[in-house]
Design a protein around this ligand. Structure first.
Ligand SMILES: NC(=O)c1ccc[n+]([C@@H]2O[C@H](COP(=O)([O-])OP(=O)(O)OC[C@H]3O[C@@H](n4cnc5c(N)ncnc54)[C@H](OP(=O)(O)O)[C@@H]3O)[C@@H](O)[C@H]2O)c1
Length: 273
């Protein structure tokens, strides 16, 4: 194939669950050219109105001859058993890509014994603007073509890393899966702290939001380590240093974040099945 031809359309997908994550992925696939696909969701509110998709509100609505290359599971884990039972026949011989938290490769395999190969991935919510990061792990039987198509599907939501050890998905969940919430909390706390120092509420809100998003954009645009960027705004004896001496005390942020990620990792391990 000539490089100018590009990778061609994404092969047909059965997307099971078109909520926040599913619709964000679907929007990205549409942008790259998605072969005629089926979206299964009882109420697919997030489904784009354009694109060659057929919406099915239950498995009976999937056309009998539809043979997806990939079945993407983007339902809540609580809905998973019913949803997987409903699509098991369609998933036979297809690659299955699950983004469900806590559903292990072995648990997925038990529910979908006929699936061609199973990939488990953990994305995060910046996927909604194509700025997420996903970490994926595949059953050993998944071949290069299966990995490639899953990689392409996940890249619609941002960048992708692959690991060989599924146990790493627990700390991945704790760092990048839950991580956006920690950053949003930072914005909340910075806003409240600004108000406490006398800033009018609208200004405190704006400063906190713009600072968190601007610093994130600067980090993304820079090849430097976060520590180097931090040091670049820290003059000896200055205001930033005064703040960081509080935040970086051993029992402050270093301990709190360490414990937070440890708690989330433990919770992910406990929920896994
Ligand atoms: N959001 C995150 O930060 C994040 C990060 C990483 C991974 N994930 C994983 O992504 C998955 C989806 O999360 P989400 O935030 O996108 O959830 P969501 O917004 O609730 O979307 C799930 C969708 O699936 C639909 N659904 C329910 N039962 C179904 C069935 N039997 N067949 C087909 N569709 C069905 C739901 O419809 P109803 O609303 O009508 O029930 C809903 O539209 C979860 O497993 C989560 O662990 C989420």
């Amino acid at each position: 194939m000539d490089a100018a031809d590009g990778p061609g359309p994404i092969p047909p997908v059965l997307l099971v669950g078109c909520g926040r994550m599913g619709s964000a992925l679907l929007a990205g696939w549409d942008g790259q050219g998605l072969s005629p696909s089926v979206i299964l969701d009882p109420c697919p509110v997030g489904m784009p109105q354009t694109g060659p998709h057929l919406a099915a509100t239950d498995a009976a609505g999937i056309p009998p001859g539809f043979r997806p290359a990939v079945v993407v599971l983007a339902i809540k884990p609580q809905m998973a058993d019913a949803a997987m039972a409903a699509v098991a026949a369609v998933a036979a011989n297809a690659t299955v890509l699950s983004i469900m938290a806590g559903r292990t490769l072995s648990g997925l395999r038990a529910a979908l014994p006929g699936a061609g190969g199973i990939v488990r991935a953990m994305p995060n919510t910046p996927a909604a603007i194509g700025r997420g990061i996903s970490v994926a792990v595949a059953e050993p039987s998944v071949d290069e073509a299966g990995r490639d198509v899953c990689d392409r599907l996940l890249q619609a939501a941002g960048s992708v890393s692959w690991v060989e050890d599924e146990a790493l998905l627990d700390p991945v969940t704790a760092v990048s899966g839950s991580g956006p919430a920690y950053v949003f909390l930072l914005a909340e706390l910075l806003e409240a702290a600004g108000r406490a120092q006398g800033l009018p509420a609208p200004l405190a809100r704006r400063l906190a939001r713009e600072t968190v998003s601007g610093a994130g954009a600067l980090l993304a645009a820079s090849a430097e380590d976060a520590a180097a960027l931090r040091q670049a705004v820290t003059s000896p004896g200055g205001t930033t240093e005064a703040a960081l001496s509080v935040l970086m005390a051993a029992d402050a942020w270093p301990l709190a974040l360490h414990e937070a990620v440890r708690a989330a990792t433990g919770r992910s391990q406990a929920l896994a099945r």
